[in-house]
Ligand binder design. Structure first.
Ligand SMILES: Nc1nc2c(c(=O)[nH]1)N[C@H]1C(S)=C(S)[C@@H](COP(=O)(O)OP(=O)(O)OC[C@H]3O[C@@H](n4cnc5c(=O)[nH]c(N)nc54)[C@H](O)[C@@H]3O)O[C@H]1N2
Ligand SMILES: Nc1nc2c(c(=O)[nH]1)N[C@H]1C(S)=C(S)[C@@H](COP(=O)(O)OP(=O)(O)OC[C@H]3O[C@@H](n4cnc5c(=O)[nH]c(N)nc54)[C@H](O)[C@@H]3O)O[C@H]1N2
Ligand code: SF4
Ligand SMILES: [Mo]
Length: 789
């Protein structure tokens, strides 16, 4: 059934034609020597190793996880699992943190919970008393449950009262949220995975879905291999597996997305590929969009993007002549300097053609992490819970009533702080207490030398909750051992609004605890309370947190009131909003072309896409969107760093199919780790030749921030572009030693995808680079021996 899903990444094809349901195929992996008869119980849940959220069951034997299998009835995967889903969980049973650690004499030493929490609370209380809430920051994740996020949001925003809350979602999906807010008035994925089953064309903008949501790609492949395949357009500087299947591949220079998008819009308007009735009835801003794209011809964009004008025309023609397009947009667009504008243009091309809210016509502004969506919903980042607008006093009052706190406690006097600013304030000294939960910034943030300096500096007290020792825990003052995934019960929501319940399958190791319990312990020790002196948060268990969250979501776009643990256990994934009037959930949003842009309902009044300046309520009202979507873009600007004579190449970064981020889990899964055991750097063949570099040679890559060394893979990356995976830490190997401290002005998402670098050969290596041969990292020429074996 899954003999070697390392080599056979997507598994066997089960083709399906347009309009027909995606066939089931149940994937399973059990540890060697364990048969189904040996299993004590199968526990329901979903995979937590990407935003797809594939429904599965965990096999438990003797209190340990021994296997997994997909849930055939789940709407997301119809039984399938990808390599990370099948093999990744094994890493959770190795090398775990089992006790709290505190720093003593410069070293981390084991301690008990009481001592560790005592230290946390002592520092937190004294700073709060002397400097107030602005001394506190919470930097969380896209990998917790909604119960955990909501508990933390109430502690931070209702109890402590700090605006300094953000997640690594800033690095990941901040642009998805921002683009939704700018165009539709609030966050919320309009479309559904089932649109893949109905579309006649797929556009992938900066999205290597083949490696990053393997089961979604399997769904697309099953359409591509059927009798009526959709056309496919791929925008990516590398020849990914997606690009190999594309009708048109646009390998644009990294950092030039907006130029391409402005040209695509130009073409749609110039050829009259516009649904004028839809545009008139359901949008505002067309005249301005038309004006801003008058001069942005394919020839103009071709110069900037470095692809032939005829290919841009061909892509536009495909969009203009299709009835049902699904577009996805991901990190190639989001981790860039004009990210929100480029992502808004993806929304715009759908609005121009009236392609939204019906089967097969949809936008998927992707998430990456399994519960990035929940961080945004529950308000652990910039948003207030339930997509409430911090700039709307009624929304703030709502929350104050829900939490029984004075509205003045809830930070709403200015925009919430983004993670770039949080680290800057810690660097400058105004933040003296930073709690990092479920993220590893010492590998994942840009410009790592600076991040290490900030985290190790004495002035900021750093608490880290994680399941393992990581590059970040090593810089902390207190480390708290957390329960992971199937060691706890909780819900999370994938990229197409599908909510899953993970049920506890096994006990956490040693003294590790789930994050809800850790947060509540902190809140109680701090004596956080509501107006009447009752404990805040008012709950004690994840199940109660879920009920409290449901109440907070009532009447908001992400309404969870119709969901319960029982229902999720029975059905598997269900899409929000799920209410008494939509008890099965809701497949698509905005089917009637009415959007959340009413000024009293919207999550944000929007921004100037060029500068990030807030639009403000008065100017927002003057647009009179009132339920119509907002078409907006801005002029293309070059990235922060362009190649020059010292740093002549364009550096970009991303993922490989076999690893999850900083590899805390996947490096401990034997199959996955063997498939991609160590760092590499990808160069195009002409660049390698020019620099005298052969496959496997050790190269040094240098930017203005630092340098790294790794074996070179000569791959199908665009000429002039150097690609590196960001999974591997280490101060002489981590990709983020090289990246810039810079971000999109609206979403504040860091620019991980463009930096200027120089590459030089250091010497010969030991055979080919340790890069996969099965993916976008495949070598241009056959290797003497291949990895993975
Ligand atoms: N195997 C695996 N899967 C994952 C993850 C993982 O770590 N490993 N992480 C998950 C998470 S959190 C996320 S956010 C998603 C990310 O999913 P993706 O966005 O698909 O992943 P990336 O590899 O970061 O970037 C996608 C592509 O962008 C291209 N690119 C680089 N620069 C540019 C540019 O300027 N323009 C354009 N158009 N393209 C560019 C890269 O060549 C790359 O192929 O994956 C999720 N799934
Ligand atoms: N150069 C470059 N840098 C990037 C990117 C890129 O494309 N290029 N992508 C960015 C993106 S999109 C992302 S999402 C980030 C990811 O970056 P990180 O969030 O730093 O990466 P992870 O390895 O997923 O870190 C999550 C940590 O949380 C721990 N953890 C997992 N589950 C739990 C839990 O339930 N509770 C607790 N307390 N801990 C838990 C894990 O052990 C792990 O240490 O990286 C970003 N950085
Ligand atoms: S596609 Fe994502 S959610 Fe599904 S099995 Fe793979 S890693 Fe897990
Ligand atoms: Mo991400």
């Amino acid at each position: 059934m899954c003999s070697d899903r390392i080599m056979d990444i997507w598994g066997a094809r089960t083709p399906h034609t347009k309009g027909n349901p995606w066939p089931e195929r149940v994937d399973q992996f059990m540890l060697d020597g364990v048969g189904e008869a040996d299993v004590d119980k199968w526990v329901r849940g979903a995979c937590l190793l990407c935003s797809n959220g594939c429904g599965l069951e965990v096999a438990v034997r003797g209190g340990r996880m021994v296997g997994v299998r997909g849930r055939a009835e789940d709407r997301i995967n119809h039984g399938r699992l990808g390599p990370k889903g099948l093999y990744g969980w094994q890493g959770e049973q190795r090398d775990r943190l089992t006790t709290p650690l505190i720093r003593q004499g410069g070293r981390l030493v084991e301690t008990d919970w009481d001592t560790a929490m005592g230290k946390v609370v002592e520092r937190s209380r004294s700073l709060l008393d002397s400097k107030g809430p602005l001394s506190h920051a919470f930097y969380s994740s896209g990998q917790l449950t909604i119960e955990e996020y909501y508990t933390l949001a109430v502690i931070g925003k209702g109890g402590i009262g700090t605006p300094h809350m953000d997640g690594n979602t800033r690095l990941c999906t901040a642009t998805a949220a921002a683009a939704f807010q700018e165009t539709f008035g609030s966050d919320g994925q309009p479309s559904s995975y089932t649109d893949i089953d109905h579309c006649d064309t797929v556009f992938l903008f900066g999205h290597n879905v083949a490696e990053t949501q393997t089961v979604l790609w399997a769904r697309m492949l099953d359409r591509l291999d059927a009798a009526d395949p959709p056309r496919l357009v791929c925008v990516d500087p590398r020849r990914t597996k997606v690009a190999e299947r594309a009708t048109v591949h646009l390998p644009i220079r990294n950092g030039t997305n907006l130029a391409l998008m402005n040209a695509l819009v130009h073409e749609l308007i110039a050829h009259g590929w516009v649904d004028t009735d839809y545009v008139e009835a359901h949008t505002v801003g067309f005249e301005q969009l038309d004006q801003q794209t008058r001069e942005t011809t394919p020839e103009w964009a071709a110069e900037i993007c470095g692809v032939p004008a005829r290919d841009i025309r061909a892509a536009a023609e495909i969009f203009g002549s299709s009835d049902n397009v699904v577009s996805t947009c991901s990190m190639g667009f989001y981790q860039s300097h004009q990210a929100t504008a480029a992502a808004c243009q993806v929304n715009n091309i759908h609005l121009l053609r009236g392609m939204l809210g019906r089967p097969g016509a949809g936008i998927l502004q992707m998430n990456g992490q399994p519960s990035a969506q929940n961080n945004r919903e529950a308000g652990c980042g910039p948003a207030l819970p339930g997509f409430r607008n911090w700039d709307n006093p009624d929304h703030v009052r709502d929350l104050a009533e829900l939490w029984n706190v004075d509205p003045i406690v809830i930070p709403h006097w200015a925009a919430p702080t983004d993670s770039n600013a949080i680290f800057r304030y810690a660097e400058q000294g105004s933040i003296g207490f930073l709690w990092i939960v479920a993220t590893n910034p010492a590998v994942s943030m840009p410009d790592l030398a600076r991040i290490r300096r900030i985290l190790s500096d004495e002035q900021c007290f750093v608490v880290v909750s994680d399941g393992y020792r990581t590059e970040t825990t090593e810089l902390a003052d207190v480390v708290l051992p957390a329960a992971l995934w199937a060691e706890k019960t909780g819900t999370f929501t994938n990229v197409d609004r599908t909510v899953h319940l993970q049920e506890q399958a096994v006990e956490p190791p040693g003294e590790a605890r789930d994050d809800t319990r850790i947060f509540l312990d902190y809140a109680r020790r701090m004596g956080l309370s509501d107006k009447d002196g009752r404990p805040l948060p008012s709950w004690d268990t994840p199940a109660q947190a879920f009920d409290a969250w449901k109440a907070a979501s009532a009447g908001r776009p992400c309404d969870y009131t119709g969901l319960s643990y029982e229902l999720l256990h029975e059905v598997g994934g269900i899409q929000w909003p799920c209410t008494s009037t939509a008890p099965q959930g809701t497949e698509r949003l905005y089917v009637d072309g009415t959007f959340n842009t009413d000024p009293d309902a919207c999550e944000s009044f929007g921004h100037d896409l060029a500068t990030g300046a807030p639009v403000g309520r008065a100017a927002y009202m003057a647009q009179r969107a009132d339920g119509r979507a907002i078409l907006k873009t801005t002029a293309y600007d070059p990235p922060f760093e362009e190649p020059d004579s010292t740093y002549p190449l364009r550096f970009t970064t991303g993922r490989t199919v076999y690893h999850w981020h900083t590899r805390t889990k996947t490096s401990r899964s034997p199959q996955l780790n063997t498939a991609a055991p160590a760092m590499w750097v990808e160069l195009s063949e002409p660049d390698a030749e020019g620099l005298g570099i052969s496959e496997g040679d050790i190269v040094r890559v240098t930017s203005r921030r630092g340098s790294i060394q790794a074996p070179a893979r000569i791959s199908h990356t665009r000429e002039g572009v150097v690609f590196a995976p960001f999974h591997y830490g280490g101060s002489d190997t981590a990709a983020n030693e090289l990246t810039v401290t810079g971000w999109d002005p609206v979403s504040k998402q860091p620019e991980f995808k463009v930096a200027a670098v120089a590459v030089e050969r250091i010497g010969p290596g030991q055979g080919p680079a340790p890069a996969p041969t099965t993916t976008a990292s495949a070598p241009v020429r056959p290797l003497d021996h291949t990895t993975p074996k």
